[in-house]
Design a protein around this ligand. Structure first.
Ligand SMILES: Cc1cc2nc3c(=O)[nH]c(=O)nc-3n(C[C@H](O)[C@H](O)[C@H](O)COP(=O)(O)O)c2cc1C
Length: 162
């Protein structure tokens, strides 16, 4: 897999919802794209339920998980919401967003509410560009954030450990 050369990579959680269903998944293919307005990109497999929900609702949220959420993030990244309710299964606590319908992750270091500006399918993945319309930061944001070493081996890293 060509992406292997880019590890370690930070891992985030992406949530999305329609009136019928809401879901959460792990994403490490993401990047900031612009500052004014703030825009970020995520790349999702075309088979992902999260992608379907985003393309229907044109909204999503990006949550920055901490090391404590490692097991929950792994479960979110190894199962599809097509088969299980990942919120119930992981017991991840959610909170209401201000400007979008997708839930936010209560214990995350940060949550960014996004409205889709553009998406494009490229091969077996679809890149989605979202404008950040609301941002929430946790008070305990000095906790280690979550990274993937590669091979789904996650570890926490604090900024002062760099
Ligand atoms: C650490 C980690 C990072 C992941 N990053 C991505 C990613 O960037 N894009 C993606 O499409 N899938 C990624 N995955 C896989 C999806 O999370 C996985 O296919 C998931 O089952 C999709 O769930 P959904 O169908 O509920 O959306 C990642 C998995 C893990 C464990």
């Amino acid at each position: 897999m060509f992406g292997e050369i880019f590890y370690p990579r930070q891992v985030v959680l992406v949530t999305a919802a329609t009136s019928e269903k809401s879901n959460v998944t792990a994403v490490e293919w993401f990047m900031p794209v612009a500052q004014k307005p703030p825009i970020l990109a995520i790349s999702l497999s075309n088979s992902s339920l999260t992608l379907d929900l985003i393309c229907t609702s044109l909204e999503f949220a990006v949550a920055v998980p901490t090391e404590k959420m490692k097991e929950q993030v792994l479960l979110c990244g190894m199962t599809s919401g097509k088969f299980i309710d990942k919120f119930a299964e992981t017991k991840i606590s959610t909170m209401k967003a201000k400007k979008i319908s997708a839930p936010l992750i209560a214990d995350a270091a940060a949550n960014l509410e996004c409205k889709v500006r553009y998406y494009s399918t490229q091969g077996d993945y679809t890149i989605v560009l979202g404008e950040v319309v609301e941002a929430h930061f946790s008070k305990s944001s000095d906790e280690p954030l979550l990274f993937n070493k590669g091979g789904k081996e996650l570890f926490g890293l604090k900024k002062d450990q760099l």
